[in-house]
Ligand binder design. Sequence first.
Ligand code: TNX
Length: 519
Amino acid sequence: MQILKLTFFCLATVLVTFLFSCQPPEAPTDLTQAPLIPQPVSVEATGTSFELTDRTVVCVQEGLENVGQYLADKLAPATGFELAVKTVDKAPSKRYIYLSLSGDNAELSNEGYELAISKNGVNITANQPAGLFYAIQTVLQLLPASIESGEKQAGLWKLASGTIKDFPTYSFRGSMLDVSRHFFSVGDVKRYIDLMAAFKMNVFHLHLSDDQGWRIEIKKWPNLTTHGGSTEVGGGEGGFYTQEEYADIVKYAQDRFITIIPEIDMPGHTNAALASYPELNCDGKATELYTGTEVGFSSFCTSKEITYQFIDDVVSELAALTPGPYIHIGGDESHATKKEDYLPFVNRAKEIVESHGKIMIGWDETAQAEIGANNLVQLWNNADFAKEAVGKGAKLIMSPATKSYLDMQYDSTSRIGLHWAAYIEVDTGYIWDPATLFPGIEKENIIGIEAPLWSETVTNMDDIEYLVFPRLLGYAEIGWSPATVRDWETYKIRLGQFAERMDAMEIGFYRSKSVPWAE
Ligand code: TNX
């Protein structure tokens, strides 16, 4: 009898569980409860929902076909819907997502958008296509996490109704990948770009040269890549991007509203170039290739004219391939360059960059040179240099190593990463404000933030994803969302709800104990 009872109880439990799991998933109806990263400026709910079906039409104003197609392509794999993209003058009455430019909403500026969701359709407006692109990222986050799957899913594709008005706090929201210490393929770089775009980041800084490797083909100086690109930290085979591959990366980024900033680090961090061309050394002798991780031992010969001819050739080819306004000249940790040589060197590098129609960016040490209001200085280590830059009218990119370095370990048990600046747990990476971190550096001195990933300990995409995620989401939010809506206690809940979405995106992220992962 006892056994019969038990069997019955078990069967009943199984049945209830089965029935329960067969219930259709509940449609979301409260837009204010949707976990979004970055958190929008304002969200209002209207209590119903819009269902995306195979009969939904993506409607666009003339000229916006590309953005419309991007949306349809993003929705296709998981839903299995091949949504038509139609050019129209105004939205139909139902079953639509309509993308249009209003051009007159000053509050939204260049990158903001308004997203109005009703039972009948979704209206997306912005002043510029970039705003529509960011609205699409929001739409994707409002759909179930399985929308990110590469294969068809049995989904109920509903979005809660209401209105989102959204625009970024900073116009520069970036990340950097060091492809010199370890080389990463074009495919890896494109994945990095896609993952940044999903969180509304718009600047991708490529650290293209360092002591361990030169990674961009320069036609006038071919040994830079054939020799200088032939190894990496640990002695692996290294690699480089041909100019065609670099142009392909630039185009891929541009299609996702991301500006590429190429960096050629100088006068220090130049061993790969010094090993490739003896004439760049003061003693006229080429150095050996370097596969270690020390910094600060190399320097261009600042007193030789050939050095400046070389820089002019490199910047000329790079500027021609780079539509964005910036060239980064590094300038950090030039411990092997005398200060009296360093400053005139940076001044000349700046002239060269400007003669090719670009704006110079340098790490914070470059603030000591003759920079002006047009230049950007990237704070990484020394707030006094950054303040000097502010005094000269330059704007700052905020990349404090203690808060925003993606190569810092989470804690002492992290399987890769460094810790010379700090351990940066997910909360530490989130809880800071660029505009209040250093007294004397105010919001109006700051163009934005950038989270750099140095790659001394990073050898493949799994390593990249482990260090970059989930911290990148926090940096995306710091760059986009107003300080008034940022708060760790609510952020960690939203982030926890992104576990399933990051899984669907096949991101091998670090499951920090400081986050309540919803799984
Ligand atoms: C400092 S940050 C460097 C890089 C290293 C990094 C490692 C900066 C401008 N220079 O050369 O890769 O630390 O965290």
